[in-house]
Write a protein that binds this ligand. Structure first.
Ligand code: HEC
Length: 101
């Protein structure tokens, strides 16, 4: 095996865990339609008065980490999704919402 091969292998081992965490907006879209669209609207324009308007990026000007915590915990009429969606599913939903505006 060449030295080159081992450097690539090492790079993949280091990057591996992060790649596994990369968010998937397509999977997130399906989860969004199932759990969020009834209030936030299929395309991000809210169907419920007072729900964040994702077409305008409302409520989205925060980091993925802070959104993750917010979605898990819920906010007023926005239900808590801790125990409903796992961390990866929630990050996928966030990635999807970021495509709406
Ligand atoms: C029952 C209706 C309802 C459902 C279902 C719902 N939301 Fe909400 N959401 C709201 C309302 C209402 C607000 C505004 C809360 C407030 O600021 O008082 C909101 C606000 C938000 C915000 C902005 C938070 C902030 O910091 O201002 C985010 C992000 C959000 N929702 C994400 C989601 C996601 C992701 C889902 C699906 C997994 C979801 N919501 C499902 C009603 C809903």
């Amino acid at each position: 095996m060449s030295k080159h091969f081992y450097s690539i292998l090492l790079a993949l081992m280091i990057m591996g865990p992060d790649l596994a965490l990369a968010a998937n907006p397509a999977l997130g879209g399906a989860t969004y339609q199932r759990h969020c669209a009834q209030c936030h609207g299929g395309n991000g324009s809210p169907t419920m008065a007072g729900a964040a308007d994702f077409k305008r990026g409302q409520g989205m000007m925060q980091s993925d980490q802070s959104l993750l915590a917010r979605i898990q915990k819920g906010k007023n009429a926005c239900p808590a999704f801790f125990g409903v969606l796992n961390k990866q599913q929630t990050l996928d939903v966030i990635a999807h919402i970021r495509t709406l505006f």
